[in-house]
Unconditional design. Structure first.
Length: 92
């Protein structure tokens, strides 16, 4: 039995199709799983970054509040000095 080139070509192309289809399906499943894992990791990183940003802003707010308290305290004493020295002179 001699095979014609067309029969050989059909058999080879059928064999290739039967081998490529499962590999392509496995590759697509693996890519989908990988993309899902990347999306989950990115969401986790976003949550961590948001928490860190909130903590940073709280610390900055507390620092600014403390600085404002110091400035207000200094200005209060300065105002009292101006009143005691200029407006109503008081030696004490």
């Amino acid at each position: 039995m001699s095979e014609t080139p067309e029969n050989v070509e059909k058999r080879v192309s059928g064999l290739i199709r039967r081998l490529v289809a499962p590999v392509a399906i496995v590759v697509l499943i693996a890519l989908t799983a990988l993309m899902s894992l990347i999306a989950i990791a990115a969401r986790g990183q976003d949550d961590i970054a948001a928490r860190d940003s909130v903590n940073l802003m709280q610390v900055v707010g507390e620092s600014l509040s403390a600085d404002l308290g110091k400035i207000a305290y200094d200005h209060t004493w300065w105002d009292e000095a101006v009143v005691n020295l200029i407006d109503r002179p008081n030696i004490e």
